[in-house]
Structures are given as structure tokens and as C-alpha cells.
Design a binder for this molecule. Structure first.
Ligand code: AMP
Length: 579
């Protein structure tokens, strides 16, 4: 303790001011921002430039006593930085201070894309346009101005989260051949104009769809493969009965044997819900009307059908329309329909803040579909790679890389998955395929376990085909699962350790340097994945706790979760010695 007289006066927080050379700038021009920091002694001052697309350089100058000026020069400014929040941050002994300005970069109107429709009751021609000032949007039909009506109209997507880019759809409500023709999108602002055309052929579209369905049926019947878990192994413990039913998450696997079926009975169908009694609980699956769903565009393709972004009406009382992800089922025979219902019932049971939310099914007509909450940033593996050091090599769009994930962010991601796994373990549900490719990322770095089915074709190299049909994610599996097909809560814990490793390597494939058979050899011989360079020892200890050879010796999910929460609160300091 020191008395008042001896203590030096505590400095105040740094005061940050930003002055710009001008408010607006044309794309390609130059802009200067001066960040003035008062409050001595200032220890650091910096501009956050990580997400900037424009060329820039900075210069530090001292103007008057205890005032620092850090000048940011932007040259040849890029329209991609329009609406970008430019932040100057400073720190002194009293703490941090910061100020933000928004870039206002003018550029001509342009069309980023205009795509063909996904045909259903409503046809939606998705488009994305950009421009500053905000462009005016008009449509031509066969070269003449299109007068929008309640049957044909432009529908903007509010808050698409894509900077200044405006997303939307041209909607055609139940079009017929009368609506066939060229639809031209025109965007204009004071700086320029752009146009693009799509051709609508309703008759052809329906025919193409039917043809596709026939082809899909043929391919599906011939090439139908099942997930690794479909043959219930006799070594599965009793705890696994929910999981056994949940294997129907892979649409279209074989029907259950009677003992597996014991938890499910009394199937009832009504127009709004179908219900069944699962373990003495009434489980009603919400039924969503097809007319309430408007598909927007494809998000991806799983092994059992396409996944679409859609807008769904009447889902919740406080939300008129909501963005959702729709998983469609390519084939629907009697047996796959039953599996589908079973899966829906089980998804209805799983409700947790770190399990992707399931809203219900749509079964009036084809294709059968399941409706899930939309997770804007897609699967976690892709997200990790896009936020890692190799993002610039992997990114096909040639956009500048996004910022790298920080240690607290990685810990936050891991803690959320652990929380979902604690919940699944409490239901005695064994996931069997926990991996970052099966987790989804939403707004504000919210992460949820999002896929219980066979993973996507794009991740097929993560699986090892055995015996022709079965696909095994061997790189995520412990020795006992590889050798004896034994899947338990403890084997999920091993996989969680591998997920931690994936997070701290920004989405690398475990044992990427080895072939499948070499990886199997290493795992069964007891070799461990190496500590990732950015991984603190506290986290590597957790991984090693998951990779104990004896399943009973592995850490339990609850403890892993608590450890991670503690690390999130108090992130360890780590030294990247190798780097
Ligand atoms: P899946 O059929 O689950 O393998 O998903 C295929 C693709 O759709 C993946 O690239 C996912 O990123 C995407 N996807 C699946 N579910 C969602 C969702 N709920 N929200 C956003 N994207 C999703």
C-alpha cells in the first residue's frame, strides 16, 4: 500500500478521436483517417485492419504533448469495404479506449448473381446485388417492364448479413406456362447500371424434376449405402437404445429389429402432428405445411438429399417468417418413410441450446423434408479452415482471408460442443460420428451439434469404406471402435478429443499425413495426435484425457465441459515456442 502523497496520479483512459479526410469516397480513390489519442502515457495505438480489403499503410506521429496520432492511409479503396466499421484502439495504464467510423464508399450498381429458381409452389429466383448509393431494382419480362403483382413480386431478404450486398428473390406464385419467358433484373444507381436475365420454363421445369426424381430413384436403389452404425453391434451397451433408434437419422437405412424397436410404439397420424409414445412420453412432431415454406437456394448436399435455405411462415407466434434450413429426402418408399418418421420423433426429443433446433417435418407431397434452424456460417470444419492461416489458399472466391480465431474463441467453440455432448450423454445417446464437419456455426460464434446422419459426400475422405457399404470415420474412432465396432459414451469422448484437436489446428484432418490403413495402425498401436502449435498445454492435457486407451480411464464429459468453461473464463497464456 502507498499513501496518497507518494502514489503517482492514476492516468485516465485514453481518449480516442478519428478525423477523416472526407465523408464519402468513390471506389478506387484514396482516404486518410487520423486517429488522435490523448491520455498519457499511451502504451499502444492501432487500427484494426485485419478485415480490410483496400490497400493501406499507417504512420505514427506525435502532434502535441501527450497526444499521439496514428494516420491510416487507404489507397485504391475497394467497394468490398463499404459499410465496414473501421476501429482505432488505444491502451494506456488505466485501460483500453476505442473509436469507430463507418466507411462510405460509392460504387456503381452491380449484380453479384441471379440464379435459376428452385421450382415448387412458389418459384424463387434468388439474386444478390450491390452498389452505393443503394441501387434501384426493376424487372423486365420479355424485354418489357414487369409490373409486380401479388403473384409476381420482388421479395428482399432482410438482414442477410452480407455487408452492403442486398439479397432477394423474384417470386412467381404457382406459375404456369403463361409465365414462361425471359426475366431481366436491372439494377441502377447514379454511378452505373447492370442487368442479368433468367429464362423461366415451367413445363420444362416440371418435366426436368420428374426425370431427376426417376434418376435419383434408380441411383438411390442401386447405390444406397448405409452408415457405419446400422448393424447394431452386440457389444453396444444397454444405454444405447435411444441411439439405436437415432441411427435412423440416416434416412433410408434398414428397418429396426424388434428389440431395437422396443422404445417406440403407437404411431398416430393427424394433419398437424404425428405422435408416438417414446419411453412413456408423448412425442408429437410438428407438421409444417408445404405452402408455408419458400425455398431460396441450395446450401449443400448431404448423402441423403439436398439442403436448402428457405423462408418459413407461421413457425413461431412472434416471428412472421423465419429463415430455416430444409433437408430433403431424395427417395421415399414405405420403409424410408417410416425411418423418416422415427427420426423426426427422435429429433423432437433432442432439445438443447447446443443441438441444432428441429422445427418439424413437411410431408404433404414430395420430397419429404425436415425443417431445422438455419445456422448462417455452415459447418464448423469449413468455418475453422476459413478462419485459419491457410484460408487464402483454400478460398476459391479469392477474397482476402477472414481473421484467425483467437484462443478464447477456440475455447468457447469447444465448450459449446462439450455442453451439447453432456446433454446427449445424459440421455444415454451415443453420437458415433462426432466431428467438426457435423457441427454448425451460427450468429455470434454459436456452435451446435447439427448432424446425426451420414456426412456429406464432400467429406467422404474422412470415412473409410469397409465391406463395400459401411463407412467408418476411423480417424475419430478409439481403438475399441475400430477393432470391435464398440460405440459407447466413452468412444464419443475419444472423438471429442479429436474435435478439440481439429479446433486447435483450424480444421486439419486428423492424421492427414497418413493413409487410412496407416492411421488405423497408429491409433490401434496407441500413438497420439501431436499437440497443435497453438494449443496450450492445459488443452492438450484434456485431449490426452479423452485418448486413454481404456474407455473407463477417459475423462467424463461433464468434467471436460467444466474444465473448458474454466479455461474460457481464464484463458491460459501460451507461448508458441515453435512459431
Ligand atoms: P448435411 O446434409 O447435414 O451433411 O448438410 C449439407 C450442407 O448443408 C453442409 O454444407 C452444411 O453446411 C449445410 N447445412 C446443413 N444443415 C444446415 C443448417 N441447419 N444451417 C445451415 N447450413 C446447414
Amino acid at each position: 500500500m502507498c499513501s496518497h502523497a507518494v502514489c503517482p496520479a492514476l492516468p485516465g483512459l485514453p481518449e480516442v478521436k478519428i478525423t477523416a479526410s472526407q465523408d464519402k469516397i468513390l471506389e478506387g480513390g484514396n482516404l486518410t483517417f487520423v486517429c488522435e489519442v490523448e491520455g498519457s502515457p499511451t502504451l499502444t495505438v492501432r487500427w484494426q485492419t485485419e478485415a480490410l480489403h483496400s490497400h493501406f499503410f499507417t504512420k505514427l506521429q506525435e502532434s502535441r504533448d501527450s497526444v499521439l496520432e496514428l494516420v491510416l492511409y487507404l489507397t485504391n479503396v475497394s467497394s468490398k469495404d463499404n459499410l465496414h466499421n473501421l476501429t482505432c484502439e488505444a491502451e494506456n495504464q488505466a485501460g483500453p479506449g476505442e473509436r469507430m467510423v463507418q466507411l462510405d464508399i460509392e460504387f456503381p450498381a452491380r449484380i453479384n448473381f441471379l440464379k435459376n429458381a428452385v421450382p415448387q409452389h412458389h418459384w424463387c429466383f434468388p439474386f444478390a446485388v450491390d452498389g452505393n448509393p443503394e441501387p434501384n431494382i426493376t424487372w423486365l419480362y420479355n424485354g418489357k417492364k414487369l409490373n409486380e403483382t401479388r403473384y409476381i413480386y420482388t421479395q428482399p431478404i432482410i438482414d442477410s448479413g452480407d455487408g452492403s450486398v442486398k439479397h432477394g428473390c423474384l417470386f412467381l406464385d404457382k406459375p404456369t406456362h403463361i409465365n414462361n419467358g425471359n426475366y431481366t433484373l436491372i439494377v441502377e444507381n447514379k454511378l452505373g447500371r447492370d442487368e442479368a436475365t433468367v429464362y423461366v420454363a415451367v413445363g420444362l421445369g416440371v418435366f426436368a424434376c420428374k426425370l431427376l426424381l426417376i434418376m435419383v430413384l434408380v441411383v438411390y436403389k442401386c447405390g444406397h449405402h448405409s452408415k457405419f452404425g446400422i448393424h447394431r453391434s452386440s457389444v453396444l451397451g444397454k444405454e444405447d437404445d435411444l441411439a439405436v433408434s437415432l441411427r435412423f437419422m440416416n434416412f433410408g437405412t434398414s428397418p429396426p429389429s424388434s428389440d431395437e424397436d422396443s422404445g417406440l410404439s403407437s404411431f398416430v397420424e393427424n394433419p398437424q402432428y404425428f405422435c408416438s409414445i417414446i419411453k412413456d412420453k408423448d412425442m408429437c412432431v410438428q407438421h409444417i405445411k408445404r405452402q408455408d415454406i419458400v425455398l431460396k437456394w441450395e446450401l449443400g448436399e448431404g448423402a441423403f438429399g439436398k439442403v436448402y435455405l428457405a423462408e418459413c411462415a407461421n413457425l413461431s407466434p412472434d416471428n412472421d417468417k423465419m429463415l430455416v434450413a430444409i433437408k430433403t429426402l431424395k427417395d421415399a418408399n414405405e420403409s424410408t418413410r417410416q425411418d423418416f418418421q422415427r427420426e423426426a420423433e427422435l429429433l423432437t426429443v433432442l432439445q438443447h441450446q447446443h443441438i441444432v433446433r428441429f422445427y418439424g417435418v413437411c410431408t404433404d407431397g414430395e420430397p419429404l423434408a425436415m425443417v431445422f434452424e438455419y445456422m448462417r456460417h455452415g459447418d464448423l470444419n469449413r468455418f475453422l479452415r476459413a478462419h485459419g492461416p491457410d484460408a487464402h489458399i483454400l478460398d476459391e472466391s479469392k477474397m482476402p482471408p477472414l481473421g484467425e480465431l483467437t484462443l478464447p474463441q477456440m475455447l468457447h467453440i469447444a465448450a459449446q460442443i462439450a455442453s451439447g455432448m453432456v446433454y446427449l450423454a445424459s440421455l444415454h445417446f451415443v453420437h458415433r460420428d462426432l466431428a467438426t464437419r457435423n457441427c454448425l456455426v451460427g450468429e455470434g460464434l454459436v456452435v451446435k451439434i447439427g448432424d446425426f446422419g451420414m456426412s456429406r459426400d464432400i467429406y467422404s475422405t474422412d470415412y473409410y469404406r469397409v465391406g463395400g457399404r459401411t463407412m467408418l470415420p476411423i480417424r475419430w474412432m478409439p481403438p475399441e471402435s475400430i477393432m470391435y465396432r464398440k460405440f459407447t459414451t466413452e468412444s464419443d469422448i475419444w472423438s471429442f478429443g479429436v474435435v478439440l484437436w481439429e479446433i486447435f489446428t483450424y480444421g486439419k484432418q486428423p492424421w492427414y499425413q497418413l493413409s487410412n490403413s496407416e492411421a488405423i495402425e497408429c491409433i490401434t498401436q496407441g500413438r497420439e495426435l501431436e499437440r497443435p502449435r497453438t494449443c496450450p498445454k492445459e488443452v492438450y492435457l484434456l485431449m490426452q484425457g479423452c485418448w486413454q486407451r481404456e474407455p473407463q480411464q477417459r475423462m467424463v464429459m461433464k468434467d471436460i465441459h467444466s474444465r473448458l468453461l474454466a479455461l474460457v473464463k481464464n484463458p491460459p497464456v501460451y507461448l508458441d515456442i515453435l512459431g
